[in-house]
Design a protein around this ligand. Structure first.
Ligand code: SAM
Length: 232
């Protein structure tokens, strides 16, 4: 068996595990597992945390994200959209938003919450690629508190490759990964809550491999390691 095939089989096995675990978390208490700050959320309060995140991570960074373009003319991708907490707020900024999520249970809830948001679309994906999006291209891609749960660097790397294929040249992929590494984390690599860590070197290599330039980064070595990858 080739190394590539073994790698693909490992990713598929982990994707199954992620789907199972996130479906279970969603059935148990979806809003809590999306935003663990509260056990029993009031829905409007929960969605206002998504608006706040969009304010902090998107609206305050519009120049980098859009350049001279009007965000209403842009199509944005959100990886790991959960129940649509941020998707709803993203749809008030961008012309069209597509969220993908590995969990069928999360996707069902997101579709319900986004029923009246006609420019937001939610797709269930495999957990390691973007084939569910058919031939859509994007002007911006984003992911928050998702890769920090993904237990395999190969899967994160594969997402970067897939995003690279779908972004138009010059577009931005802004995403957050787990930058913190410890012996405890290495032991728990197969846990779908504590994801694989990404170092500065990993990030630089991923960007170079998949046609991006690391334009900016923040928080390396912490849980909130933010990366701004510019598609060449
Ligand atoms: C903590 S929630 C965050 C949801 C959303 N990003 C937000 O900020 O509201 C993590 C989400 O990532 C999804 N997820 C986890 N692993 C994934 C993967 N490999 N591919 C796609 N989605 C994934 C989970 O199903 C869950 O909905």
């Amino acid at each position: 068996m080739s190394i590539n095939l073994i790698r693909r089989i490992k990713m598929a096995v982990l994707a199954q595990q992620m789907r199972r675990d996130w479906d279970r978390r969603s059935r148990e208490n979806a809003l809590h597992y999306v935003n663990t700050q509260q056990e029993a959320w009031d829905e409007s309060e929960f969605f206002s945390t998504g608006e706040q995140n969009v304010q902090d991570q998107i609206l305050s960074d519009l120049e980098r994200i859009c350049g001279v373009r009007d965000p209403r003319s842009m199509r944005a991708l959100e990886i790991g959209c959960g129940v649509g907490r941020m998707t709803r707020a993203l749809a008030s900024v961008f012309g069209e938003v597509h969220g993908v999520d590995v969990s069928k249970e999360m996707v069902q809830r997101a579709r319900r919450y986004l029923q009246t948001t006609s420019n937001a679309h939610v797709h269930r994906n495999s957990g390691c690629d973007l084939r569910a999006l058919k031939n859509l291209e994007f002007d911006f891609a984003f992911s928050f508190i998702v890769f920090q749960h993904v237990p395999s660097r190969d899967i994160i790397d594969n997402y970067v490759a897939e995003v690279g294929r779908r972004l138009v040249p010059g577009a931005l992929f802004k995403f957050q990964v787990q930058g913190y590494e410890s012996a405890e984390l290495s032991r728990r690599r197969c846990d779908t809550w504590l994801g694989a860590s990404v170092s500065e070197r990993d990030a630089a290599e991923m960007a170079a491999r998949h046609g991006f330039e690391v334009e900016h980064s923040m928080g390396s070595g912490t849980q909130y390691y933010w990366l701004w990858f510019r598609k060449k």
